[in-house]
Design a binder for this molecule. Structure first.
Ligand code: IVH
Length: 670
């Protein structure tokens, strides 16, 4: 090895060690300025000697620009969730289940904090970070490797001299409170919608397409589970200790206990102490420590029987109601919103809370100047639970519900059987129109990448008033908008163009027919494979389908009775949107191998045969034990027997190497 190469390697090790001390141990032993100097030195050396570039160098944490969407990846081990418990009785039932299953001795249970972020699976091959995948639907997730690489506490290389060939660690990506507040402060300044809580912020950040932005938001990650092809210690606690020794961040608050009393005192202690933690937690996880015993108990298809999550009661706070504003939704529904004196609740600042409808205001008997109690559970939305009657000002006036639309001034109506009030000016009320346009663009609908501010500008200019108008926008128009240079313009036009290929169900949902949500839209497209058929359907034909009630059917019929909606459908068609089921759906990602009969033969590098069998099964394929004319292909490892090879050849059955197979299911870049 040349001296330059040696210097570079030493420098990388030194920097990674400082990163580890800083991000994992929280015990830096170098000043920031000196650390920056080391990084700078390494950057210069790598520029000068590009032959020594290495993707796991600390300089490579910020990835390159990527424009494509994330690739779907099947999990080798499904990412399960946990069954929840909310009181000590549930915990006792869990404990008793364990003692009944293993009566010989008291169970050894690992108590962990339940971090409130999003789960991630990180795979290391020969000690080098190889791939990171989000939970997704538990079976198939998004490849977010480039973004995960920017998280400083996640090592790019394990600190192990002889790591197992394949290591998969599961953990929770979180955004600490301090970072969350900083990020939201900046968003509010820039006129953007703040994130509701650190979990949403972490999840939104990890799904950004630009790793450079991700790296500016200081995400962190705690690991809580280890899988590997090597033999591992029997205990979960010992496995996490192994993770620690490899440089992975594991919470220092984990405890191993062997009595129910100890579990209770852990729960009690953290009920208060968690409020001092730098990041959000929403409970405690209890896990049976012995992996052998875990395997004996097994899992349901949703969660393991050997673990349970204990969720804390939501926190409650008292604050002043500064006023009530009334918002107009895309359907014209008027939603009252309480404007609150900002208050810290479960680590996030609450400024507003929904009051749902007029009945809710009446049931609270809400008055101007009231102090209210606000609660927030693990869930996102804070709610007002009651009014502090003791501090109410005498004769304070009731909160009045308006009788006209706060945006366009049209009269409101109360539809039969509903508590909500609606603005009657559905065609011209600006808030309703903008709401419909926004809905059209959302990800599960037409998926046009545009913010609500831009939509408002396009509306104000009169360029987009109906959804079909998006398809007539030109670059000359967009270039006139503030902040729209060449790149932003081309990006938006491309996104609009791509929306033309959205599936029929998504476009039907995008049309915003009242009561037709994502699921109803999917049901409808199955029974009426084109919009013409749906348009021609009578109320009776619609209700004949299970899941479609009278109200939905009425709403669909009245949508198509309006000539303006027919014009929209026609216009969308003229822009090339099919509004009909295509021959081949796009949603095959989770059943990539459906209809395939596969024989596994030979030995493999990345996964064991059993792992491949389970991957195949999960992706809808069938594993056969011997080669026949029915075999679709053979997953052929090294050392496949010659007689099998010959048989495959004679029957003309293709052999896929391990790499080819992984590429086919989206687990390897091609
Ligand atoms: S164990 C099979 N441990 O909670 C075991 N999960 O509701 C599954 N979480 O999806 C997870 N902290 O995102 C486990 N210490 C911890 C955790 C934890 C947070 C999250 C994780 C999981 C969800 C389950």
């Amino acid at each position: 090895m040349s001296t330059i190469e040696q210097t570079i390697k030493k420098l990388r090790q030194e920097i990674e060690e400082h990163n580890y001390r800083y991000y994992v141990l929280n015990k830096p032993d170098i000043e920031d300025i000196d650390f920056d100097a080391l990084m700078h030195k390494l950057e210069l050396l790598e520029q000068e000697y590009p032959e020594f570039q290495d993707p796991s160098s600390p300089t490579q944490r910020v990835g390159s620009d990527r424009s494509e969407r994330f690739v779907s990846v099947a999990h080798v081990y499904p990412m399960l969730s946990l069954s929840n418990s909310y009181n000590y009785d549930d915990v006792r039932v869990f404990w008793n289940r364990l003692t009944e299953a293993f009566p010989e001795k008291a169970p050894s249970v690992h108590c962990e904090l339940k971090f409130d972020g999003l789960s991630i699976s990180v795979i290391y091959i020969d000690g080098v970070l190889h791939q990171a995948v989000t939970r997704g639907d538990g079976l198939v997730g998004d490849d977010v490797t480039q973004n995960i690489r920017t998280i400083r506490s996640i090592p790019l290389r394990l600190k192990a001299s002889n790591p197992p060939h394949r290591v998969e660690v599961r953990g929770e990506v979180i955004l600490p409170f301090a970072e969350f507040e900083r990020l939201n402060g900046r968003r509010i300044e820039a006129g953007e919608e703040p994130f509701a809580n650190p979990r949403n912020a972490a999840s939104g950040t990890l799904k950004l397409l630009d790793p450079n932005i991700v790296s500016q938001r200081k995400l962190d990650c705690y690991f809580y589970h280890l899988y590997s092809d090597a033999s591992l210690p029997e205990g979960h606690y010992e496995r996490l200790e192994l993770c620690k020794s490899w440089g992975l961040k594991v919470s220092t608050h984990n405890r191993l206990v062997s009595s129910l009393e100890e579990v209770y005192s852990y729960l009690e202690y953290w009920d208060t102490a968690r409020k001092e933690l730098p990041c959000a937690t929403d409970g405690i996880v209890l896990k049976l420590n012995s992996v052998r015993e875990q395997e004996f108990l097994g899992t349901t298809n949703k969660s393991p029987r050997w673990a349970i999550a204990y969720k804390y009661q939501p926190e409650r706070a008292r604050t002043l109601l500064k006023g009530v504003s009334f918002q107009v939704g895309r359907t014209g529904v008027i939603v009252p919103v309480a404007e609150l004196e900002p208050i810290l609740l479960s680590g996030t600042v609450v400024r507003r809370a929904t009051l749902h409808n007029a009945d809710f205001i009446t049931s609270l008997d809400l008055r101007e100047g009231d102090y209210v109690f606000v609660e927030k559970g693990g869930e996102i939305i804070p709610k007002i639970v009651s009014v502090d009657r003791d501090t109410r000002v005498e004769l304070a006036p009731r909160i009045a519900f308006p009788d006209r639309c706060p945006d366009c001034g049209a009269p409101l109506e109360n539809k039969e059987g509903e508590v909500a009030f609606y603005c009657t000016n559905s065609l011209e009320c600006p808030m309703q129109i903008k709401g419909r346009l926004e809905h059209f663009c959302t990800r599960k609908a037409a998926d046009i990448n545009i913010g609500s501010e831009t939509i408002a500008v396009l509306y104000d200019k009169g360029w987009v008033r109906r959804v079909e108008d998006f398809y007539m926008l030109t670059d000359l128009q967009l270039m006139q908008l503030d902040g729209f240079k060449e790149r932003a313009t081309q990006k938006l036009l491309l996104s609009i163009e791509q929306s033309k290929r959205r599936p029929y169900a998504a476009m039907l949902f995008a049309l915003g027919i009242r009561l037709v949500g994502e699921t109803v839209a999917k049901t409808l497209t199955k029974h009426f494979p084109s919009i013409d058929l749906l348009q021609a359907a009578s109320q009776e034909e619609l209700t004949a389908i299970g899941d479609i009630g009278t109200k939905i059917a009425q709403s669909i019929v009245s949508f198509f009775a309006d000539s303006r909606n027919i014009e929209t459908v026609k216009a969308l068609r003229s822009f090339g949107i099919s509004l009909a089921e295509e021959e081949q759906g796009q949603e095959t990602s989770s059943l990539l191998l459906e209809g395939n009969s596969i024989v596994i033969s030979g030995t493999f590098q990345y996964h064991s045969r059993e792992e491949y069998a389970s991957i195949i099964e999960r992706l809808g394929g069938k594993r056969l034990s011997s080669i026949s004319s029915k075999t679709t292909f053979i997953l052929a490892g090294t050392e496949m027997g010659p007689s099998k090879r010959e048989k495959a050849l004679s029957l003309g059955i293709p052999l896929l190497s391990e790499e080819e197979f992984l590429a086919k299911i989206g687990k390897l870049d091609d």
